[in-house]
Ligand binder design. Sequence first.
Ligand code: PGA
Length: 246
Amino acid sequence: MTNKYVYFIANWKMFGDLKTLNSLDKVIKFSKDNKKKKFKIIYCPPSTLIRPLSKRLKKTKIEVGAQNCHESDKFGPFTGQINSQMLKNVGAKYIILGHSENRLKGDDNKKINLKIKSALKAGLKVIFCIGETLREKRNKKTKQILSKQIQVGLKSVNNNSKIIIAYEPIWSIGSGIIPKPNDLIKSISFIKSKFVKKSPKILYGGSVNPNNIDQIKNINTIDGFLIGGASQDPKKFIDIIKKTIN
Ligand code: PGA
C-alpha cells in the first residue's frame, strides 16, 4: 500500500472528553515526523469534541469529521439532532454516514441518501458505510445487500469524488474477526464494479488492529481503513499506520 495515499479514519463512536484530547499529542507528533509519507489521518470524535479538536489540529495535516447528522439542511424542531451545516460550522470536513450502529436505530437506505445529499450540500466529504450482517453473508446475500445500499444510498449523487465508501461487514465490527483476505478482495471488487464511472475510494472497516493489519494492508484495491476501538488508543492507532505505510 505504500505507493498511494492511504486513509486512516478514526471512528471514536461514543468515546472521549476534553481530557482525552491530550492523548492525541503523540499522534500529532507522529504525523509531523512522517509528513512526507502518503497517508491521511481523519478523526471522527463525538460532536462535542469537533470544535476543540479542530482547534487543536489547526497547524497539522490531520482532519476532523463527524459521525452522523440529521437529514434536514435547515434548523428545525428536532430535539437532540444536529444537521450537516452545523457540523461543518464547528470544523467538520468529513462525516460518517450509514454506519451499521445507526442503521440499527432507524437509518434506512433512503434516509441515508437524504443525509448524504445534505452533507454534500454543506460541503462535507462523506464516509459512506455499507456492509452485510452475518445472516446475510451465510445466506449468500452479500452482493444483493451491498448493491441495494449503494444504489439507494447514492441515488442522484453525481460527484463520487466527495464520497469515500467504507466496507464494514457488520459481523466484523467490534468482534475481533476480520474477513479472509480473498473474500475481502472479492467484496471490494464487487463494490468497484457498481460504478460505471470512476469508483469512489474504498476503505475496509471492522476490528482492524495492530495484530491483524499485516493480513490486509497489502490488498492494493483498498484505499485505507476505518478504525473504531483501536483508534481510541493512540499507540495502537500509530502502530496500525506504521505497519501499513512502512
Ligand atoms: P471496530 O469498529 O474497529 O471497533 O470494529 C469499526 C467501526 O465501527 O467503524
